[in-house]
Design a protein around this ligand. Structure first.
Ligand SMILES: [Zn+2]
Ligand SMILES: [Zn+2]
Length: 139
């Protein structure tokens, strides 16, 4: 299955674009890409993801203690300007519209005089599908 003409950055982009609505750490990506049969090592992934962030193809999210980073495929440039909601049950990511994001940002600015950086903000909760699943199990 190994295709020598495919560059590591292409494996990474292919993998993340196939999982657009999730974000992954380098280790997660490494496990998944390796399981798909590609020959890649962790150091190569680390080297390539930061280049992809610089070129605007991936969004990087760093944990508060800076010890842990995850990466998300940027579907369109709006991903840098809007909020993402992340389901803690299935890991799915939901994108908030830019108009709604701007309304929210204006409200926060007015109330708290605080400027939020949407690209660094993931709001966690439970998605619609998981909510429904949960309810149907309960009933
Ligand atoms: Zn987005
Ligand atoms: Zn979910």
């Amino acid at each position: 299955m190994t295709n020598y003409s495919t560059k590591p950055r292409e494996y990474i982009l292919k993998f993340l674009s196939e999982h657009k609505n999730k974000r992954f750490s380098c280790k997660d990506m490494y496990e998944h890409i390796k399981n798909e049969g590609y020959d890649i090592n962790l150091a190569t992934i680390y080297r390539n993801v930061d280049k992809l962030v610089e070129s605007g193809e991936l969004l990087k999210h760093q944990s508060n203690d800076k010890n842990y980073a995850t990466y998300q495929y940027i579907e369109n440039t709006n991903c840098l300007a809007h909020f993402h909601f992340e389901c803690k049950k299935c890991g799915r990511m939901v994108h908030l519209g830019t108009i709604e994001t701007n309304e929210f940002l204006r409200m926060i600015q007015k109330k708290l005089f605080f400027t939020v950086e949407p690209q660094n903000t993931y709001i966690t909760g439970v998605c619609n599908d998981c909510n429904r699943k949960f309810i149907s199990i309960e009933v």
